[in-house]
Design a protein around this ligand. Structure first.
Ligand SMILES: Nc1ncnc2c1ncn2[C@@H]1O[C@H](COP(=O)(O)OP(=O)(O)OP(=O)(O)O)[C@@H](O)[C@H]1O
Length: 510
């Protein structure tokens, strides 16, 4: 047996050998091997549905692999349970935060431990945390409630929490999705420094080539459940990575504008509503959206975009003002949305726009998935019509699913997104309101979804695009508004849009 690979500071290697994972007849992972050397920063790439989460879950003991072996520091381990993995020093950091928002950073660290005593000696714990922090190359404010921390600080705290728990092999699952580019660079810079110091070994799932090139040492690429390539990052270009992921060079898209903006369809003026905390007011003035244009709403996460989406979907009560759609008051009831042909693509579509326990075909067939009618057989056209419709949409939008009858919740995140977009862009649409449509998607899916939005705009659809990704806003919008502190802080046509100026307004500088 090989000698356990551990660096002097504690980072150790993890290796998965010949991993196979089947769900029924479907093989999500097909004889994949991956070795993450002690103290390395290893990137795991692959299109949506390639099997990245599956291999990670098998390594962490969330899934019992159908076949395969896991070696931790060179020793074979039965990963029967996530607790086994955690006990061996393996930890996970997710794209969304797992911290308790009302507790301070220090309190979050203390309660994260499995051995937290029933009565906590805060003085002793505080001293222990300070001693721990002193050994760390970066810190976060310890005494503030986590909900007051910026996203970058929260993600740093998630990483510190793992180190505090003694974990020395970290799996980072798209850790920068909710961070600004500057925050992402800061967090990944710290992670890289930790790996170089031999403190920790990292496996990072990401879709961002820039992050791979800038921070990772090695990479592995999965495609359709198989390992299709990998090696040293310094030997590979982003084009190499893209062709490994897709099996071919990506096609350049043609996003010409072939329409001029028409009449104003949607107007929001004098609208006031409480924000999620109930403490601040969201104030939306002077927003108008025209047919055949994409109006981008830029902003750092948490500046009222979520509330704006809720206002537009009728989920947040207005304290004053109204939304005007095609000249009449719009309160976003189902009937009004149908009448005005308004469609929505909310964030987290599995939760907000699907019936997770129903099949892919059913979810593609029923926009009004949560209407009580759904239960009544009379509402159903026929199973064969539903299947035909679903098969056509799956082919057109390239949704990867094991079958039409599979539950939509078994699809990877990107494929759920494609399925919902396929449904929402089918038929007669006049207004499309989308929120972060490409969040967490691989570049092929991103490109396909952006093409669809541009096609819809060119057909005359009025699109409100709320996005925290400024590159996306710059790429797609005809006009841009910036939300900051719950208000519209700035507006510019794309022709004169300047990233630095927009960034300045996003950061709250008038
Ligand atoms: N519990 C499950 N039951 C059935 N099929 C599943 C299950 N979990 C995953 N799959 C299927 O396995 C395949 C791989 O999924 P996985 O979540 O590993 O992809 P991924 O590479 O992480 O994708 P993404 O980037 O979209 O998160 C997908 O086709 C998915 O539908």
């Amino acid at each position: 047996m090989s000698r356990p690979a551990r660096t002097p500071h504690g980072a150790f290697s993890v290796e998965a050998i010949n991993m196979t994972m089947r769900f029924g007849d479907f093989t999500a992972l097909d004889d994949v091997s991956i070795k993450i050397e002690a103290g390395s920063f290893h990137a795991l790439l692959g299109e949506n549905g390639a099997g990245k989460s599956t291999i990670v879950k098998a390594i962490m003991g969330f899934y019992r692999a159908t076949a395969g072996t896991v070696l931790v520091a060179g020793r074979e381990v039965e990963m029967t349970d996530p607790k086994v993995a955690q006990g061996l020093g393996l930890g996970m950091v997710y794209q969304h935060f797992t911290l308790v928002p009302s507790l301070t950073a220090a309190e979050n660290l203390v309660i994260s431990r499995a051995d937290t005593p029933a009565v906590i000696n805060w003085k002793a714990e505080g001293a222990a945390i300070e001693a721990f922090m002193a050994r760390m190359p970066f810190s976060v404010p310890l005494d503030q409630p986590v909900n007051r921390l910026a996203a970058g600080e929260k993600q740093k705290l998630e990483i510190l929490k793992q180190l505090y728990l003694g974990h020395r092999f970290l799996i980072l699952d798209e850790p920068t999705s909710v961070l600004t580019p500057a925050e992402a660079d800061e967090v990944l810079g710290h992670v890289r420094a930790l790996t170089q110091a031999g403190e920790v070994t990292v496996l990072m799932i990401t879709h961002k080539f820039r992050e791979v090139t800038a921070f990772a040492d090695e990479l592995t690429v999965l495609r359709r459940g198989k390992r299709v390539g990998g090696g040293k990052v310094s030997d590979l270009t982003p084009a190499d990575m893209a062709s490994m992921m897709m099996g071919e060079a990506p096609k350049p898209s043609n996003r010409q504008r072939t329409v001029t903006a028409g009449k104003v369809v949607l107007q929001i003026d004098g609208v006031r509503a409480l924000d999620r905390s109930g403490l601040k007011t969201i104030a939306i003035d002077g927003v108008s959206l025209r047919a055949g244009e994409i109006l981008g709403v830029a902003g750092v996460s948490g500046n009222g975009q979520m509330e704006l989406m809720e206002i537009l979907t009728g989920q947040r009560q207005l304290s004053s003002g109204k939304i005007i759609l095609n000249g009449t008051t719009y309160t976003a009831t189902r009937t009004e949305a149908k009448q005005h042909k308004v469609r929505y693509l909310p964030e987290e579509p599995l939760r907000n726009a699907c019936a997770p326990r129903m099949s892919v075909a059913e979810n593609l067939a029923f926009r009004s998935f949560d209407e009580t009618d759904l239960a009544k057989p009379a509402f159903w056209k026929s199973n064969s019509a539903i299947a035909r419709n679903a098969a056509a949409l799956i082919a057109a939008f390239n949704v990867k699913t094991s079958s039409l009858a599979a539950r939509i919740s078994s699809l990877s995140g990107g494929n759920v997104q494609r399925a919902v977009l396929a449904r929402e862009l089918t038929g007669d649409v006049e207004v499309l309101i989308v929120s972060n449509p490409c969040f967490g998607l691989d570049f092929a899916a991103v490109s396909a979804i952006r093409d669809r939005l541009v096609e819809a705009r060119n057909r005359g659809v009025a699109i409100l695009l709320i996005s925290e990704d400024l590159d996306e806003i710059m790429e797609l919008s005809d006009r841009i508004i910036v939300m900051s502190e719950g208000q519209i802080a700035f507006e510019t046509p794309i022709a004169t849009a300047n990233v630095a100026e927009i960034g300045h307004h996003m950061a709250g500088h008038a």
